[in-house]
Write a protein that binds this ligand. Structure first.
Ligand SMILES: [Zn+2]
Length: 471
């Protein structure tokens, strides 16, 4: 498999779980079924946390989030109480597959891989930035002139992302299909018109479909209503993409190995757990005055002289301790920090019940232990409530610890640990063999091996998938 003409393409489908693509809907997706039957497939275990940013970068560098120093979209700035920032492409310092290829003069197309804004200037690459791009008016391609071509293909309106946490489901649906069709139009255009050895694209639409419509198409979701108008929207959308994948793989040609990959899976959301209200109840968090209305923790009047720990919302809870000499008004003696952590971990694991009074299966991680190295602005603890069945709500002022809805807008699904892996080589009949134990960090080293590039000795966590690399 290692030869000069190696051509590999990755179609990245955000948030697609094996339960939908390889089970429920496979029989309705003729192109994917064909690739599945002739290729290799498996569950692709994602990183902790199972979030788009950092997951795609873990996949494309082979390094865990601790080494990347990326623990989600939003990060706390140093040890500030209020300041934060959103991760962008400039925060990724480890080498991606296309950078390694570029060093050898190989050419790549990178369409919408997150975090891809602002687009990096990498020789031998044609780059279009991702769903975090603020607007079409910005410079969103490398080289800069490529922007006009993209806009031309998209009839003047290229769509980076849809507004999905709103109640106007018809509007989301319309924009979702339009966005994805245009992404594949641009993908076909780039694959046909630009030189490449490596092609990779990302489609965010699946993630938006799942968040906005999961309760409508999953009969096991507590809010599912039989016969609702979006009952088959998963099938409709997956089928549309299947058609586009068939066309795109034709453009790739017979000499290209194609992968279809997702960064994590999805599952129905049970509700949100109010982490800061719980911390207040347990005596860890104090306010200067009672909180009457629902308020963001960043805007609340926290009494830092009486606060030991507070948390952030999101798919998982990030918990920070208020440490003397580290935080501006820290109260925990640094010598007692590990004991305080241990006590809180025990409490989270053993005492939190769900809204039915049953023990929640909470998972708690300490970044340094989890990753070996944890660079950048890491939380003290990472908490998955009910193994992520429950989101973490960071807001306070609710009547209950349990919310049936997300506190940042309508949302029916959460992320799960298994994404999908599918590999198809038109020249090899691999008979639909299932591979076990695949991890997202294995993709980068496997790709480098396919191109005959020696793995750099720089801390790659993944391993080469031997069946894929043809070893
Ligand atoms: Zn994702």
């Amino acid at each position: 498999m290692q030869h000069k003409g190696t051509k590999v393409a990755i179609i990245g489908l955000d948030s697609v779980p094996p339960e939908l693509m390889f089970s429920k809907l496979l029989g309705k997706l003729p192109n994917i079924k064909h690739m599945y039957d002739k290729g290799l497939h498996g569950n692709l275990t994602t990183c902790h946390p199972p979030i788009t940013v950092p997951a795609w970068m873990v996949m494309m560098t082979g390094k865990n989030p601790g080494k990347l120093g990326i623990y989600g979209f939003r990060h706390r700035k140093g040890h500030s109480y209020k300041d934060g920032y959103i991760v962008n492409s400039a925060h990724v310092n480890e080498e991606t597959v296309w950078q390694a290829l570029a060093r050898q003069g190989r050419k790549s197309i990178i369409l919408a891989i997150p975090p891809g804004y602002p687009p990096k200037q990498i020789e031998n690459c044609n780059i279009v930035s991702c769903f975090i791009t603020p607007s079409m008016e910005k410079s969103f391609t490398y080289p800069a002139e490529l922007k006009d071509e993209v806009l031309n293909v998209a009839n003047g309106k290229y769509i980076f992302d849809v507004t999905f946490r709103t109640e106007n489901r018809d509007a989301i649906k319309k924009e979702l299909f339009e966005m994805t069709e245009k992404r594949f139009d641009v993908a076909e255009y780039l694959a046909e018109n630009k030189p490449w050895d490596f092609f990779i694209m990302h489609e965010i639409g699946f993630d938006r479909l799942h968040h906005a419509f999961w309760k409508f198409f999953d009969p096991t979701h507590p809010k599912y209503v039989k016969g609702n108008q979006y009952e088959h929207l998963d099938e409709e959308y997956y089928k549309m993409v299947d058609g586009r994948i068939g066309r795109l793989v034709n453009v790739f040609g017979e000499d290209c190995v194609t992968f279809i990959l997702s960064d994590h899976g999805s599952k129905g959301m049970r509700g949100a757990f109010c982490v800061n209200q719980w911390l207040e109840r347990e005596g860890y968090l104090a306010f200067k005055s009672p909180v009457a209305d629902v308020t963001d923790i960043d805007k609340a009047d926290v009494d830092w002289t009486k606060t030991k720990a507070w948390g952030w919302g999101g798919y998982y809870a990030r918990i920070f301790f208020n440490v003397k000499g580290r935080e501006p008004n820290g109260i925990i003696d640094p010598n007692n920090l590990s004991l305080e952590k241990k006590k809180l971990v025990e409490k989270i694991k053993n005492t939190i019940l769900d809204d039915d009074g049953r023990k929640m299966n909470n998972l708690v991680f300490e970044p340094d232990e989890l990753y070996g190295i944890a660079k950048g602005d890491k939380p003290d603890l990472m908490v998955y409530f009910g193994d992520l069945d429950w989101r973490s709500a960071g807001t306070i002022g609710h009547n209950s610890l349990y919310l049936s809805e997300n506190d940042t807008g309508p949302d029916d699904s959460v992320h799960s640990m298994n994404g999908i892996f599918l590999m198809y080589d038109p020249h090899r009949n691999l008979r639909g063999k299932e591979l076990k134990g695949l991890k997202i960090e294995d993709i980068a080293p496997t790709l480098l091996q396919m191109y005959g590039i020696n793995l750099p000795d720089n801390g790659i966590d993944g391993r080469v998938i031997r069946e894929v690399a043809g070893l």
